[in-house]
Design a protein around this ligand. Structure first.
Ligand SMILES: *Cc1c(COP(=O)(O)O)cnc(C)c1O
Length: 352
């Protein structure tokens, strides 16, 4: 299906004049239009672009009962010349389909995803912020619209791509709690997928951590709680002395695009990098003897979210303030590539 086939129904009146682009929140102001495509009768139908508005669903739609719901998170940027840019968008599309497979949701055609997204960005081009640090957050998602109280995959689905002009995700550093009891994911489970329920399951343990004065949970392995796996909904990096360490991806760890970009850039900058399991014990030990220099989360929303300290077994550990942190250096390189301020030797940037 070609981009030419996409029908566009425009809003009668744009909401854009009501938006303060100098003070954007993250992900809670929405652009005028969405891209929408329905799966019925065994296939994806002709998509359309239409106004952002509530949707009506049957009370027996399977999304409500069995949580067949997946999503992606990506961003569009404006460079100084006014070009619209995406960052590794095909990777998001492929991961959406990996999540879809795991949740028994039909595959969405790559070409249709890319052409639909580009068309949406043309229609809502004015919504892409130009201010430093801001971007257009893009949220593609698929959910089961098919009906029935029987626990089986739905026969109908909807894909929507919605967008939100957004400012920076986290303000400042976060204090985290290393989780000893709850788990985010298990072997053979859905942790590697961006499935809605994964995040619902994180909310309660995160609330408990917030009540104790932390901002976020560091997830450990479900079996022993001895290995550090992810930071909230971000991949985690630890710097011990000069070595940057991150866990290998698995059933339980999401294959983040920011994570793999950081690994590539770090290698090419000759930073010592290790992809291996990280034990809680070695991080605690490194914090005690001063070799723990940095910890940070990595994900599309925040890019890199530095950690100021962590709690573990009733003790708090502070991290040092560094002048030239890996976190700030890597974040600058990635955002410079994303916004066309530097060469992109990897071909990650995609011009819309
Ligand atoms: C989305 C996500 C990440 C980060 O992935 P990016 O592709 O870098 O945005 C990491 N962990 C979890 C659990 C996630 O949902």
């Amino acid at each position: 299906m070609q981009v030419a086939n996409i029908k566009v129904e425009r809003v009668k009146e744009s909401k854009i004049t009501q938006v303060d682009f100098d003070n954007l929140p993250f992900g809670s102001v929405y652009s005028d239009h969405i891209f929408e495509c329905d799966f019925v009768d065994g296939q994806w139908q002709t998509p359309n672009i239409k106004p952002f508005a509530p949707i009506a669903l049957d009370p027996s739609a399977k999304i409500f009962h069995y949580g067949q719901s997946i999503f992606e998170g990506m961003k569009a940027y404006k460079d100084q010349k006014g070009n619209t840019l995406l960052f590794r968008p095909l990777d998001n599309c492929r991961r959406l389909n990996k999540s879809a497979e795991r949740l028994a949701i039909p595959q969405f055609p790559e070409e249709l995803f890319m052409s639909g997204l580009k068309k949406l960005l043309e229609v809502d081009n004015q919504w892409i912020p130009t201010k430093e640090g801001s971007s257009l957050y893009i949220r593609p998602f698929i959910f089961a619209t098919g009906t029935g109280f029987h626990a089986s995959p739905a026969n109908a689905y909807k894909l929507i791509i919605a967008t939100a002009p957004s400012g920076a995700y986290f303000a400042g550093k976060v204090k985290v709690l290393i989780e000893e009891n709850y788990s985010r994911a298990a072997n053979g489970g859905v942790g590697y997928a961006k499935a809605g329920g994964n995040y619902a399951g994180q909310f309660y343990p995160t609330q408990l951590a917030i009540e104790k004065g932390y901002n976020q949970v560091i997830w450990t392995d479900d079996n022993t709680h001895e290995y550090i796996e992810e930071a909230g909904a971000m991949n985690i990096f630890v710097r011990i002395n000069d070595t940057l360490i991150t866990s290998p991806t698995s059933d339980r760890i999401l294959d983040g695009i920011t994570r793999k970009s950081i690994l590539q850039i770090a290698k090419d900058s000759n930073l010592p990098v290790e992809v291996r399991k990280i034990t809680v014990a070695e991080v605690v030990e490194a914090a005690k003897n001063g070799s723990l220099k940095e910890m940070f989360g990595a994900g599309t929303a925040a890019v890199i979210s530095p950690i100021s300290g962590f709690g573990y077994k009733e003790n708090d550990y502070e991290l040092p303030e560094l002048e030239n942190s890996y976190a700030s250096k890597l974040k600058k390189t990635i955002t410079d590539i994303q916004t066309n301020k530097t060469e992109d030797p990897y071909g990650w940037r995609v011009l819309v």
